[in-house]
Design a protein around this ligand. Sequence first.
Ligand SMILES: [Zn+2]
Length: 84
Amino acid sequence: MPVVRFEAADSPEETAIGEGLTRVARAAGRLRVDTSVGKYAVAHADGCGVCGAAVETGDSFYLDSDADEVLCDAHGRERREEAD
Ligand SMILES: [Zn+2]
């Protein structure tokens, strides 16, 4: 499963995603439906799974659906390089 990058968080809790990403979000146990930010969203209120940094509105972040973790920009990039 991929490590997916998100350009900008919609809120500290959730970010809207397209239908094409619902499978990945569901696999990570992070899919939310009919949220305040959109029909489908990925939940990330717990922040980065490595350093605990919060994902703030407008931050880019990553989702690792194998580890079921959200990752901050730095750790997401690192995880992606490990996966290659
Ligand atoms: Zn981090």
